[in-house]
Design a protein around this ligand. Structure first.
Ligand code: GAR
Length: 205
């Protein structure tokens, strides 16, 4: 898993696995920030947790290569970006095509990029939400696997809307990963394919 911040989505997965709601194993949590709360949550759960600082590398490609050398070493079946806030370069994205997911706080293709709750409020969107999608070289542009919707209320500000969305992100991510753990979803060229044969072993994240 990749995470840069608070790690509440990571925590939702740790809890779901611990409670037997998700047949998976988190084999490593990697961050671009040493102070990410996500790393602390991972360590508290007894998981491998590592950070690399981008400023210790000359280019983004070198940083990505070093980070993914560590990620690949633990052999995840799927790489989940859960609040990973650094752009990934094309080489690592292409190398992990169909095996890397991102959770994004909007109903894609609406409101890509940052400050999505502010974007939704500024656009006067009546509904907002979150999406889980395959990572492709286009930022927040890969095929969507699942979405959760929330209403936008007249008196919402960005923090209120963000709180409503994040509460739906957690079950959305767990449910989407359950589909993978059951072997029921895959990327076939540009399309998400559902209903494949079950996988025998726990999904490695
Ligand atoms: C989540 O809202 C996630 O969708 C978003 O960052 C937050 C991380 O929260 N991701 C992005 O904006 C990616 N561009 P968390 O650290 O508590 O899981």
């Amino acid at each position: 898993m990749l995470a840069s911040g608070r790690g509440s989505n990571l925590q939702a997965l740790i809890d779901a696995i611990g409670e037997g709601r998700l047949h998976a194993r988190i084999v490593g949590v990697f961050s671009d920030r040493r102070d990410a709360l996500a790393l602390q949550r991972a360590r508290d759960a007894g998981l491998l947790a590592e950070a690399l600082r981008a400023r210790d590398f000359d280019t983004r490609l070198e940083f990505d290569a070093a980070l993914f050398e560590r990620v690949d070493a633990v052999q995840p079946d799927l790489i989940v970006c859960a609040g990973y806030m650094r752009l990934l370069g094309q080489p690592v994205v292409e190398a992990h095509r169909g095996r890397m997911l991102n959770i994004h706080p909007s109903l894609l293709p609406a409101f890509k990029g940052l400050r999505t709750h502010e974007q939704a409020l500024a656009a006067g969107a009546p509904v907002h939400g979150a999406s889980v999608h395959f990572v492709t070289p286009e930022l927040d542009g890969g095929p969507v696997i699942a979405q959760a919707r929330v209403p936008v209320r007249g008196d919402d500000d960005a923090p209120a809307l963000a709180a409503r969305v994040i509460a739906r992100e957690h079950p959305l991510l767990v449910e989407t990963l359950r589909l993978f753990a059951q072997g029921r979803v895959a990327l076939q060229s540009e399309h998400v394919h559902l209903d494949r044969a079950p996988l025998p072993a726990p999904l490695q994240l």
